[in-house]
Write a protein that binds this ligand. Structure first.
Ligand code: SF4
Length: 356
């Protein structure tokens, strides 16, 4: 089987191709010009192109489906060489920037939500990816290629700033080595140059891995899927809580090096009559005391077969107001991609999986 060229850092590639400056040229073709064949790489000698073509692939993913949502998000299903599938969501946010001279600048920001595993071992009750079980880890190259494919498909310029969230299928900290390698490849100035502070690892809360990641001091952002404020409810929603309880997560986060301009994001999936009470908001406030935190309240997206319900707008606002009035940064996330079921794993289920 051919090796995936995106699996290699620039330095690793420089040890394979001689002379090593060729690695930078190849990177330019891959990450700036979105080349899909070695033949296109005009400034490489013919012999090297043939050698690369023999041993490597540039296209480890195949685009299977693209679904557009009315809110502008776009969801992709990609096929892997072994018949498995992963999904990626491109979100387009429109921001307004208010300047001192009174002018308002509109800007568009891309955020790409990528997958780190085929399936997931964590087994969250609200997640359709979990229902399909765990298949395998993705390699760094398979992770990197997701963004490359999306950029090429949307004609996004190579140097365009964008954000990456490791929030698609899988638990990124359960595939830590490949994810960390992908972070480094994404941030290489000769490649896509996506600064680590524009990358967010979202975890179900594997405390020991949060500590390990923190020690690497990559400058990356952290998002924690908290969803509940007491262990009993969290165990029900996220069985992983039996291994890593809420306090262990909070302790790990307190030791995590946070970029001075950033906050740790706590994701809180609000489920009607399950975790949307003011009592829960009070406990959340107490729990996050002393952490530079931001809470992201997410409307639960109901799907077929679940008994969980979407909260009302007024309960959601009441929950938010309680927190913000007491000084906690708290946003309500727009239900982007609701009409295409953009909660993780749902598209794949609709497509009938892809397991071979
Ligand atoms: S929500 Fe994320 S961590 Fe939980 S089972 Fe789904 S993919 Fe895994």
């Amino acid at each position: 089987m051919k090796k995936i060229i995106q699996d290699y850092t620039k330095e690793e590639l420089g040890n394979i191709v001689k002379p090593s400056f060729r690695a930078k040229q190849i990177w330019n073709w891959v990450y700036h010009k979105y080349a899909t064949s070695f033949e296109e790489m005009g400034n490489l000698p013919k012999a090297l192109k043939a050698e690369l073509d023999e041993g490597f692939t540039l296209t480890p993913l195949k685009m299977l489906t693209v679904q557009d949502s009315k809110d502008g998000s776009r969801k992709y299903l990609f096929g892997l060489h072994d018949g498995h599938t992963v999904e990626v969501v491109l979100l387009l946010m429109r921001d307004k920037e208010y300047h001192e001279d009174g002018s308002v600048k509109h800007q568009e920001r891309y955020t790409v939500c990528i997958s780190s595993q085929v399936g997931c071992k964590v087994g969250c009750a609200f997640c359709l990816t979990a229902k399909g079980g765990f298949m395998r880890d993705l390699t760094a190259g398979e992770i990197v290629s997701q963004l490359l494919m999306v950029k090429k498909h949307n004609n996004i310029e190579a140097n365009r700033r964008l954000n990456i969230v490791y929030m698609g299928m899988g638990e990124p900290l359960d595939n830590l080595d490949a994810v960390v390698k992908a972070v480094k490849i994404f941030s290489d100035p000769d490649g896509m140059a996506i600064a680590t502070h524009r990358q967010t690892i979202s975890t179900s809360g594997l405390s020991s891995k949060i500590v390990k990641l923190g020690k690497m001091d990559l400058g990356i952002n952290l998002a924690i899927s908290l969803h509940a404020v007491d262990d009993k409810l969290r165990e029900q929603l996220m069985p992983i809580n039996k291994a890593y309880n809420i306090q262990s997560i909070i302790d790990a986060v307190k030791g995590f090096p946070i970029n001075s301009r950033k906050r740790v994001m706590f994701e809180y999936l609000v489920i009607k009559d399950v975790n949307d009470s003011i009592d829960a908001a009070k406990k959340l406030l107490k729990l996050l005391d002393g952490i530079k935190a931001k809470v992201n309240l997410i409307y639960f997206n109901p799907y077929g077969g679940t008994e969980f319900k979407r909260p009302t707008d007024s309960d959601m606002k009441g929950f938010q107001e309680y927190l913000t009035k007491r000084g906690l940064h708290c946003t309500i996330r727009e239900s982007k991609g609701l009409d295409i079921s953009a909660a993780c794993g749902q598209l794949r289920e609709q497509e009938g999986g892809g397991e071979s």
